[in-house]
Design a protein around this ligand. Structure first.
Ligand code: BGP
Length: 467
């Protein structure tokens, strides 16, 4: 469906960009910061650790000045829980508080709207040692952390994201480095953790509305259109099941406060239904997001399960389906090309995803991640021609405009990433930024910042749409 007239982007549209604390800040143990699960996880062979990353902690002023020059209207970043509470709860670390005060002030000084993610993968290690999300007490620690952030930054931060990609932590925690399950039934433990995170998120939304009536808050899962490998009814059913497990479980709970029925049937079958305490569902139902933030990199295609372990792709990650025996198995989509890391590229699927989410929940949408990881090359004159990234982003922005023309309420687009940073499990040579950071996997060099071709392109695009 091609509209004869495209709706323009709203003038107030948040043209932004994204990062997360542990991937960009560095200073992993400075100024009182405690260790997170990421800091303590084994480093993937051949890739850098997260100790220095892009050293944004020490470069934030220079970086925000570059974001302003880029023309960003919004910047989506996360707070490192262990900078505020080195042990997850208890004593507050004033130096950590100060860092985000300074960062937020700097953004506001440059007319950049801060969009704050409360928790992006980096659970305090002290909480992990007490059982992490398997332990219900972590819900209380999260609530205290949220209350503290609302008190500290609520006077300046109007947009809050609860948990980044909870669905990917559950489905791909191995790749991301967040997974820790135990007991006789690891899957039940995993979905118990999921339940606790859903509850923590609900409490955060209720608290936010009580404490900051002017603020807006929403979940931030990774959502993909799910295609059946063919029109065979069993393939269609597999796609329907996977969509429930990957996408709708998270948003049905965040928006409607109930468990997705297909997922509950699936968990029952696996003997993995979480224990739900008396008031949990009341809290879930009371919590109402103001918008849905979501990350999109590509679509997924699945087929009917073969019923044995050949369904499982052990090299799956956030954007490559692992599979589930008895439910679905991932397949390639013959109509799509892949990036250098095996992730399919599907701009049209982005439009479908936006329509699906909007039709299902009728809440405003903001894209909080979308982008292309690639091995950028610095030319002899120091320039970086990342035209492949420009192409990817342009194609996806076109689809946002088409979705807006379809009637979808999209109020922002924050591609991943504002500046080069360290990937979740593929090192810092997998680059995403508009701003290049001069370092190698194991040689930190001087971490000098420079502008890629995509920087100039995005700057012009933002100007064109906001002039
Ligand atoms: C998302 C995460 C981000 C980011 C991005 C790119 O899943 O929210 O933290 O890293 O994916 O993935 P990767 O770093 O694995 O290339």
């Amino acid at each position: 469906m091609k509209p004869s007239n495209l709706s323009p982007f709203p003038k107030s549209f948040f043209w932004g960009a994204s990062t997360s604390a542990y991937q960009v800040e560095g200073a992993w143990n400075e100024d009182g910061k405690g260790p997170s699960v990421i800091d303590m996880a084994p480093v993937v062979e051949g890739t850098t650790d997260f100790k220095v990353t892009s050293d944004h902690y020490h470069h934030y002023k220079e970086d925000v000045a570059l974001f302003a020059e880029l023309g960003l209207k919004a910047y989506r970043f996360s707070v490192a829980w262990t900078r505020i509470f080195p042990n997850g709860d208890g004593e507050i670390n004033q130096k950590g508080v100060e860092f985000y005060n300074n960062l937020i002030d700097e953004l506001i000084k440059h007319d950049i709207e801060p969009i704050l993610t409360i928790y992006h993968f980096d659970l305090p290690y002290a909480l992990q040692e007490k059982g992490g999300w398997s332990n219900r007490d972590t819900v209380n620690a999260f609530e205290l952390y949220c209350k503290t952030l609302f008190e500290l930054y609520g006077d300046r931060v109007k947009y809050w994201l609860t948990i980044n990609e909870q669905n990917m932590m559950i489905l791909h925690g191995d790749a991301i480095g967040t997974k820790s399950v135990s007991g006789e039934n690891p899957m039940k433990d995993l979905y118990q953790q999921n339940h606790h995170m859903l509850l923590a998120q609900a409490k955060a939304m209720v608290l936010c509305h009580d404490m900051l009536p002017e603020a807006k808050i929403g979940p931030a899962p990774n959502i993909s259109a799910i295609y059946p490998a063919s029109s065979k009814p069993e393939d269609v059913l597999a796609a329907n099941t996977f969509a429930a497990i990957r996408n709708w479980l998270y948003l049905d709970m965040a928006v409607h406060g109930h468990y997705n029925a297909t997922v509950m049937a699936f968990l029952k079958e696996k003997d993995a239904t979480p224990d739900i305490e008396t008031n949990d569902m009341e809290i879930m139902a009371k919590a109402k997001p103001d918008f849905i933030a979501f990350n999109y990199y590509n679509s997924q295609t699945v087929a009917q399960s073969t019923g044995d372990v050949s369904d499982i792709n052990p090299t799956g990650d956030q954007q490559i389906t692992i599979g589930e025996v008895g439910a679905y198995r991932g397949t390639d989509n013959p109509y799509l090309v892949k990036n250098e890391f095996g992730w399919e590229i599907d701009p049209v699927g982005f439009r479908t995803t936006m329509r699906d989410i909007y039709e299902r929940y009728r809440l405003p949408l903001i894209v909080t991640e979308n982008g292309l990881g690639a091995f950028d090359k610095v030319k002899e004159d120091g320039s970086i021609d990342d035209s492949y990234r420009i192409k990817y982003l342009q194609q996806h922005i076109d689809q946002v405009q088409l979705a807006i023309s379809d009637g979808v309420d999209v109020f922002g687009y924050c591609p991943w990433s504002a500046i080069d940073l360290v990937s979740t499990h593929q090192g810092c040579s997998k680059r995403y930024g508009f701003i290049h950071v001069d370092r190698e996997e194991f040689d930190l060099k001087e971490l000098k910042r420079s502008k890629k071709a995509s920087f100039h392109w995005y700057h012009a695009l933002i100007n064109e749409h906001t002039a």
